[in-house]
Design a binder for this molecule. Structure first.
Ligand code: GLU
Length: 428
């Protein structure tokens, strides 16, 4: 049995309920927004390379589409659950609303470990997931994107299957496509860069110079890698990075007190964000236990891996030096640990604001794909920065004016926008 306090959907609902009470949402709106509008559970038979067939379980949850077609990634993870996907779909609704893009929230998942699947098996799995869901999704209904352990290659197989089934070209059906095949420049970098645009604004508000700051990160996938690069560009020092070691089935933290070199580290990392331990040692990194990332004496902590990573069991190990918690992952902090973060006065950049750069750039990709006209990278990143900065400014302004925790302020803005959309549509 999953411990309810660490069930991400219970976490997402608890966050929602608290803010719904602050806003005074009526009962029908609460009932409508605290659970998904619809969800699909599917079985995907996949012919394996050895000729046997394996059956995988997959999900697509649409939390809400009052503001526009549902939007959100699809994850491949061995521990995926329906409740995790429900929570992530709900967070997507708030994410799109807080950055004010005309999209709703959805999420997908398949219970699998792509480390153990060949390329062709992964391709069949992607196509199988689409075959089961092709009638329920589409550019005007629900638009997938990459997430944990999925990337542009997977998106293109999914697009190809969707187009084959529907008999036409629908490049706006999916985002995070490879650049040569209708992707947007800047999309790969967008989530990570976006977290640092928001961090840059927070540092300004707190009167801290980026070049005097240090960062410890959990995770070294797409979000963490580009965040680390942009943070280094601002002048900050990445001191520690923790990640999964698939060979040893455990995680490690790699540390260099005078700063990790991002190019070196990225060069010894696989496509799923696992750093090669021997090569890291050869590059002069100290190797610490996987959970050591949380207790580093740094100014900024960035969980950028999975949900439920900061819990009552480890929140008190956060160093007194830490001033900012930058949530790159979705749902990394449990509600009880969140209370401690709040009490300690650590400045929070909440997940669905901080990591909204990915979906914001996905929106730009949709616009480009649908109009079949593509923008320069500078233009994409400039538009991304503008969106992220103004979303941060609005949340910060409300938090100060109403004396709210940053997470609650972000929720107030997002929930109000979605509640207004369901009201205007006459749903409640
Ligand atoms: N998977 C990303 C997220 O959690 C991006 C979703 C998208 O681009 O639709 O925000």
């Amino acid at each position: 049995m999953e411990d309810k306090s660490y069930n991400p959907f219970a976490n997402a609902q608890a966050q929602f309920d608290r803010v719904a009470a602050i806003i005074g949402l009526n009962e029908a709106t609460c009932d409508l927004l605290r659970q998904p509008l619809r969800e699909h559970h599917v079985l995907i038979p996949v012919r394996m390379d050895d000729g046997t067939t394996k059956v995988f379980k997959g999900f697509r949850v649409m939390h809400n589409d009052a503001r526009g077609p549902a939007k959100g990634g699809i994850r491949f993870h061995p521990q995926e659950t329906a409740d995790t996907v429900r929570a992530l779909a709900m967070w997507m609704t708030w994410k799109c609303a807080v950055v004010d893009i005309p999209l709703g929230g959805g999420k997908g998942g398949v219970i699998c470990d792509p480390h153990n699947l060949s390329e062709t098996e992964q391709e069949r799995l992607c196509r199988g997931w689409i075959r089961q869901l092709a009638k329920e999704m589409g550019p005007c209904i629900d638009v997938p994107a990459p997430d944990v352990m999925t990337n542009g290659k997977h998106m293109l197989w999914m697009l190809d299957e969707f187009e084959t089934i529907h008999g036409g070209k629908y490049p706006g059906f999916i985002t995070g496509k490879p650049i040569e095949m209708g992707g947007s420049l800047g999309r790969t970098e967008a989530t990570g860069f976006g977290t640092i645009y928001v961090l840059r604004e927070a540092l300004k508000d707190l009167g801290i110079k980026p070049e005097n700051t240090s960062l410890s990160i959990q995770g070294f996938g797409n979000v963490a890698q580009y965040a680390a690069r942009m943070f280094t560009k601002l002048g900050g020092k990445v001191v520690a990075v923790s990640c999964w070691d698939n060979g040893e089935k455990t995680s490690y933290t790699y540390r260099k007190k005078d700063g990790l070199a991002m190019d070196t580290l990225a060069g010894i990392t696989d496509t799923f964000g696992c750093i090669n331990k021997e090569k890291a040692v050869a590059a002069g990194c100290e190797v610490l236990p996987g959970d050591a990332w949380i207790e580093q004496d740094v100014d900024i902590l960035m969980p950028a891996a999975l949900e439920n990573q900061i819990t009552p069991a480890n929140v008190n190990r956060i160093s007194r030096q830490v001033k900012i918690l930058l949530e790159g992952a979705n749902g990394p902090t449990t509600p009880d640990a969140d209370d401690t973060i709040k009490e300690r006065g650590i400045f929070l950049l909440p997940d669905f604001l901080a990591n909204a750069g990915g979906v914001t750039c996905s929106y730009f990709e949709q616009v480009q794909s649908n109009s079949n006209y593509y923008w320069e990278k500078e233009e994409v990143l400039e538009k991304l920065d503008t969106k992220m900065t103004s979303a941060y400014r609005a949340v910060r302004e409300l938090a100060q004016r109403k004396n709210l925790y940053m997470r609650d302020a972000a929720y107030v803005i997002a929930i109000n926008r979605v509640a207004q959309a369901v009201r205007m549509r006459g749903w409640v």
